[in-house]
Design a binder for this molecule. Structure first.
Ligand code: ZN
Length: 101
């Protein structure tokens, strides 16, 4: 897990079709973009959403077709659940991080 990604925030971001996005990630350039005009909690969830895209890409599931774009449905489903799990279980997060303490 050594590859780092740059995180860039903008008031608004758009895809190539000109549609507004909450965030996106480019697996080639390793740049993640977040739209910062949203409520803080939405930006946090978008960040986790994009991280899940990166993790699936690393696991070679980046192009698995689920939903309208690759792995979008699974990431949409998992990101709010994982965020709630992380927030509700700080002891589990400490346990998982123990080796780095
Ligand atoms: Zn997505």
């Amino acid at each position: 897990m050594t590859q780092s990604y740059a995180v860039e925030t903008f008031d608004h971001i758009f895809n190539e079709e000109g549609e507004a996005l909450a965030g996106d990630v480019d697996q080639e350039t390793h740049v993640m973009r977040l739209a910062s005009h949203h409520h803080h909690d939405e930006v946090v969830e978008t960040y986790l959403h994009e991280v899940l895209h990166v993790l699936l890409h690393k696991a070679n599931y980046g192009s698995i077709q689920m939903g309208e774009s690759p792995n979008e449905d699974i990431v949409n489903s998992l990101s709010p659940i994982l965020l709630a799990f992380i927030r509700e279980n700080p002891a589990v997060i400490r346990y998982l991080r123990k080796g780095f303490a």
